[in-house]
Ligand binder design. Structure first.
Ligand SMILES: [Zn+2]
Length: 90
């Protein structure tokens, strides 16, 4: 595992602090990682880690577990028909 407080390219600890987010320039909406599977849609914001030394940008999500689909999730399209969810899908 790489140190979250260090640049994974140059090893510098000058990581830019504060509330950083990837946004579109027009409406400043956060860029999301969207997972679509079994007709279910899950999303979490995609966040950058920026090195103040070399400018390398690492991308991460803060709550990857929010992309996990479980049996309580309902398909966005109620008419969605496909093979039923299996235990092995999780
Ligand atoms: Zn760096």
């Amino acid at each position: 595992m790489s140190d979250p407080n260090k640049c994974s390219k140059c090893g510098s600890s000058r990581i830019i602090r504060g509330d950083l987010g990837l946004r579109t320039s027009r409406d400043l909406e956060l860029i999301m990682v969207v997972r679509k599977d079994h007709g279910i849609e899950k999303k979490v914001p995609l966040l950058p880690k920026v090195c103040g030394e070399c400018g390398f940008v690492d991308l991460f999500v803060r709550e990857p577990e929010n992309l996990i689909i479980d049996q309580s999730d309902k398909p966005i399209n109620p008419d969605y028909k496909n093979r039923p969810l299996l235990e092995s899908d999780f």
